[in-house]
Design a binder for this molecule. Sequence first.
Ligand code: PRX
Length: 606
Amino acid sequence: MKLVDSPGKSKGKKVADAASQDDEHHIPLGARQEIIKKFPIDPNLKNYEDTYASFNWEDAKKELTYFAEGKLNAAYNAVDRHMNDGRRNKVALYAISNDNKLEKFTFQEIYEASNRMANALRELGVRKGDRVFVFLPRVAELYICTVAIAKLGAIAGPLFSAFGPDALRDRLKDSGATVVITNPALKPKLDGIKHDLTDLQYTIVVNGDKKSLKAQEYTYEELVEKASTKFECVRTDAEDPLYLLYTSGTTGKPKGVVHVHNDILGHHMTSKWVLDLKEDDVYWCTADPGWVTGTVYGIFGPWSNGTSVVCYEGRFDADSWYELVDRLKVTVWYTAPTALRMLMKAGDDVVYRHSLESLRYILSVGEPLNPEVVRWGMKVYGLPIHDNWWQTETGMQLIANIPCLPVKPGSMGRPLPGVYAAVVNDDGDEVETGELGRLVVRPGWPAQLRTVWRNKEKYDEYFKIPGWYFSGDNAWKDEDGYFWFVGRADDVINTAGHRVGPFEVESALVEHEAVAEAGVIGKPDKERGEIIKAFIVLNNGFTSSDQLLDDIREHTKRQLAAHAYPREIEVKESLPKTRSGKIMRRLLKAWELGLPTGDTSSLEDD
Ligand code: PRX
């Protein structure tokens, strides 16, 4: 495969200045574009233009199994229907533990295990609409429980296993979760905040020890052991909630994005077109199901297509990752730019120590993918890396480098059939090709967020101009209809693909006895995209020292999560604030990047 240069594009130039001021690690706009010619596989989506012109979501419904009167259950489509389509004995899940033990589960085994769990939850009194949260590492039970909750019509709440007490409390309290499924290693974090969780009724512990449990706590094993393997999937309405996933905005605590069973239509079609999943694929999505990618493209999308999925409990390590690809003969690999940059850093030799010949297709999501990584991928894997764009709120991929189109390294790709994306100004008018603006989407795709849990106001902010969904990202579009990411339009930080709200980190920081005030920004970083940097003011009586700053860092890590602590902390005498007392992160960022701070004479409300 060969990288082919296309002529320099003058149009992109218009926004080059804005972009270079915006954030230096982002792709230099107006730079010479490269094109990786069509990729020689026989993709599921063969003709982009024709399909884009003729496709509608109504027709796509025939790909799914509906109950009478248009009722639809995502779990039925992901698992149950494979009992009758010849996939009963096909491997649904390859689960590899921390110590590299492999367990295989067929679709029938997942079907029966999730039926048992659905019965067990029902026995505990869980009903349609109840929130059941899953706080587990990447183990088979996480997959089984998520499906079981959906079968019951309850709302699944994925929780990242690295969350600390603050992050857990925010999510479980706001959602009013009645059940949490966890394991012995993670349970103490939950125990420590239980007194704040008035709605919580039951805790279920996977691999639990009955003797150490208190009232209203059960082991997963004792519950499923006595439960039946027969369960009639609840005939949910397509618009009934399926899962509730908390994500960060620029202000306030994380918000609960509500998705519904109808999302499965989007999961199914995008897994077919973008992930290009075929019957014989062994597919590995490296994202944790505590994040949207791991739930949608680690569970529902691939299983709806009857694909064998890999789940790996272990942490990142270049050698182990490649070993896993060879061991299970992974064919399709969905990962993230930070992971790819770390693999690149680990070096070419590590790649060449492994065969990797099973790999046929690689994808990336979550943060800007530098063209340099794509070029490196071509060199060492002999395959282009297909970037794509979406968000927790969009619930499915909307823009992608799909396999039937040439890949433009650095670009997120083109809108999928059934999706109309555009770049607009703040009034909602589409800007010229090549001009920087807000990335928006015409509402109406199947997996669009349906509301923000108990926060209609927040939800409405996404649709502030009728006819558009505002993503919060800035982008531009080139003459060929490819979209190029420029940065966030707000203060949301993207560190190693994890979306972090500055407010959450600031709140955790000021909980530390030494911290009076805190302002948090994302600072460009070669490997992680951005790192979190905090500016703090100390309380009287505290003096800055390495030890104190370490302590503050550790405190934040413990309370929130390992990815959400400030790697850099700078102590200041005071922080710039608006008249109403809001810390001006924009100014902190300008300080950090050595950019002009603009007119700060008034420091007014912004
Ligand atoms: O800023 C964009 C960035 O990640 C944000 C969405 O984060 P989250 O809701 O956690 O979902 C991540 C997984 C889909 C976006 O608003 N982002 C996502 N994909 C890309 C991206 N930035 C650049 N290029 C991408 N391909």
